[in-house]
Design a protein around this ligand. Structure first.
Ligand code: ADP
Ligand code: MG
Length: 702
């Protein structure tokens, strides 16, 4: 065998935070591709790839004191090493490690390649759980030590657990991170300005980066996490602050000074009195509208709490002063329903409600457009898409956005006319806990509607399983006999065909029930054309259809007070908040309503627990918190939803205090230097522009 000549070592590179990971010792261009799958291109990415958790393997014991329970670490010398082949052909590896007090066996499944590393005579640190029965450690973490123990990466310390991918081992990741830290930790630009760091007594960024990966002890880890979480929250709050400053600049909106006469007239046509929360929300909005800065207000109210009428009363202020109002619904069905409801209350007071949908005839659309261009003060109801792109509203003063959490800056800009921004009122039934409001909606003002209108019938929620379907049908037939109506919701397993099939077979199953023979069962699903959907909704409203089988197209906003029974099949497939939304489709009239969640055959214990949670509370806020606890903030509360990058370390449940501090700091910085032009804010400006470009478009564009 000939030894190939070693290529001469490349000259050592000067590395900086934007150097590619391939230049790290032990990585190279090929392995670098594996890192890229984790989004790690540069050394800064690598040092920002924080561990998911840390294993505490920092308890060193002599071999004689080994005991089961918890991670223990032994330092010793390898006295025997053997690669073994099992009958099944797996290559295992076993060693013994000796210290002054005794000998420990270690066994590594399927890792015969370790024979190259763990040779007899090697000094080694092993960390693992001691199995007293077999008197050994199974697959322990280990590290070969040459010098002192302070340099340990893989054992005998708080061992970081990083997110990995194929081709990047835990050990490979740790040493790459260690090399990157050595090369650039102190060069990473700190986005927290020096004055903020000083005021909050923050440790240096480089120290925090080192300590988050390889903390000396738990206290160091906690301190580093806090420092880096602060940085995340600070950036997020800077985005909110800057955006808020631009969006609410004086003079960027029309001040609407209505007398309130039109509002009073509409109130007289209402068949009910507003609740105190509704009144307060209307007052909040009227106050915002009277100022020359654009309103950006979120009305959060549980399903059925009566947000629509709040929006209508807000609209009266714009109409009274001769302006136009856009009311944007998420779907055409809802747009039409809103148009009908609003017209019922608004027309008697002399407000004209115009509705526009994708299926409106071209002639009607042209006529409406002409009237809008002529400046007529109309309340126009339509879908987001239509009102944003298709229709020009030169006198638009107020945009009402129904059931969408975030109305983006971009959308506002499209509605804006020559730099004058419309006031925006967002209605949502999704309860958003306080810390999340601050973190993700920090640039919005919030009005809460907590109490449900009085005079609503009782609501009962039951959780059951498929075996009880006959009883459910029997109950349904009694409700129908009493003149009520029912929804049956099936999950959209997949978009498209599967969804259709699930809904279709449910429809057939119900139609086949002798007890339901006298009743009409209708079907509503996502693949229907909008006029077909509308025809079905109309028939349901007119009580020509008694039972409506639907996929979740009915989820938000549908208002049929005569419907008193909601049956949800395979309920475990829905999120708690979604189920709560569905439940909100009933209980809108004076009659008692019942909601039945049927768990599917494949329901897990956790799934069952979630359904039990929803059966025991009707408070949407409590449910949102329970959902968060059970599922974690990732999915439904994800920053993704708000178009913002993910928080890696900050935890909005535990870090409220830190959030408040970051918020105050961001407020201070934005006030002093709103364009972030000062030298000490350069890193912050650059990072924000890179990471948060879209949400900041308007704020830092100049
Ligand atoms: P959501 O907040 O879910 O959008 P809606 O605005 O659709 O709720 O209102 C639900 C129902 O409650 C509607 O039929 C509405 O007319 C009615 N409603 C609203 N406010 C009151 C009130 N203060 N008293 C009685 N009924 C009300
Ligand atoms: Mg609504």
């Amino acid at each position: 065998m000939t030894t190939p000549t070693r290529p001469s070592r490349p000259a050592p590179r000067i590395l900086d935070p934007v150097s590619r990971v391939q230049f790290l010792p032990g990585v190279g261009p090929l392995r670098a591709q594996n890192f890229e799958r984790l989004g790690i291109m540069t050394l800064e990415h690598l040092v920002r790839h924080y561990p998911r958790e840390w294993l505490d393997a920092s308890r060193f014991v002599p071999v004689k004191d080994l005991h089961p329970g918890g991670l223990l670490t032994v330092v010793g010398e390898v006295t025997q090493a053997a690669a073994l082949r099992t009958r099944g052909g797996r290559g295992d590896f076993a060693i013994t490690v000796k210290d002054a007090t005794g000998i420990l066996s270690c066994y590594f499944f399927g890792q015969s390649f370790l024979s190259r590393t763990l040779r007899t005579g090697t000094k080694v640190v092993v960390s693992g759980e001691y199995d007293a029965l077999d008197r050994r450690m199974l697959n322990p973490m280990f590290e070969v030590v040459e010098g002192d123990l302070e340099q340990l990466l893989h054992a005998g310390r708080l061992v970081p657990v990083h997110g990995l991918t194929k081709g990047v081992t835990a050990r490979g990741m740790r040493s790459a991170v260690r090399h990157a830290l050595e090369a650039i930790a102190d060069q990473v630009a700190d986005t927290v300005p020096p004055e903020v760091a000083a005021a909050h007594d923050l440790m240096a960024l480089g120290d925090a980066l080192r300590a988050i990966h390889f903390p000396e002890n738990e206290a160091a880890r906690v301190a580093a996490r806090k420092r880096l979480a602060f940085e995340e929250l600070f950036q997020l709050q800077m985005v909110m602050e800057l955006r808020r400053r631009v969006l609410t600049e004086e003079g960027r909106a029309l001040a609407i000074a209505a007398s309130g006469a039109l509002e009073s007239r509409v109130r007289e046509t209402l068949p009910f009195h507003l609740t105190a929360d509704q009144d307060a929300a209307v007052a909040d909005v009227a106050r915002d509208l009277s100022l020359p800065r654009p309103m950006h207000r979120l009305v959060i109210g549980d399903v059925g709490s009566g947000k629509t009428v709040v929006a209508l009363l807000a609209a009266t202020h714009a109409i009274e002063t001769g302006h136009q109002v856009a009311f944007m619904a998420p779907t055409e069905v809802l747009a039409r329903q809103h148009a009908a409801t609003l017209a019922r209350f608004a027309t008697p007071a002399g407000i004209e409600v115009a509705s526009i949908t994708g299926s409106s005839p071209a002639a009607a659309r042209r006529l409406l457009q002409a009237r809008l261009l002529a400046g007529e003060p109309l309340l126009v109801v339509g879908t987001h898409a239509l009102l944003e792109d298709k229709l020009q509203m030169p006198q638009l003063a107020l945009a009402i956005v129904d059931e969408q959490h975030r109305f983006g800056v971009k959308q506002r800009a499209t509605l804006a006319k020559k730099g004058v921004l419309p006031h925006v009122l967002v209605l949502t039934a999704t309860p958003i806990p306080r810390t999340l409001q601050l973190a993700w909606f920090g640039d919005l003002d919030v009005s809460m509607i907590r109490a449900r209108p009085a005079g609503r019938g009782r609501m009962v929620t039951r959780v059951t399983d498929e075996a009880k379907f006959p009883q459910v049908v029997e109950f349904m037939s009694r409700e129908l006999a009493a003149g009520r109506q029912a929804f049956v919701v099936v999950p959209a397993i997949e978009e498209g065909r599967m969804e259709l099939r699930a809904a279709q077979s449910e429809l057939e199953r119900l139609r086949a029930q002798p007890l339901l023979r006298a009743y009409q069962v209708g079907l509503l699903h996502g693949r229907m054309k909008s006029d077909e959907k509308q025809a079905v909704m109309d028939a349901f409203t007119k009580r020509e259809i008694h039972v409506l089988v639907a996929t979740t197209v009915i989820e938000v906003g549908v208002d049929i007070p005569n419907a008193t029974l909601m049956v949800v099949e395979n309920a475990e497939r829905f999120g708690l908040t979604q189920l709560h939304q569905l439940r909100g489709r009933v209980g809108r009239g004076e009659h008692r309503s019942v909601c039945v969640f049927i768990g599917g055959a494949g329901i897990t214990a956790l799934g069952r627990k979630r359904l039990d949670v929803i059966a025991t509370t009707e408070d949407g806020f409590k449910l949102a918190e329970a959902d968060l606890e059970l599922r974690g903030p990732g999915e439904m509360w994800g920053t993704r939803q708000a178009g913002l990058p993910r928080l890696k370390l900050a935890d909005l449940w535990r870090d409220e205090e830190l959030l408040m501090a970051a918020r105050a700091a961001a407020h201070g910085v934005a006030k002093e230097d709103p364009q972030l032009m000062r030298a000490e804010h350069t890193a912050l400006r650059q990072t924000l522009l890179r990471e948060y470009r879209e949400p900041l478009e308007l704020a830092l564009a100049g």
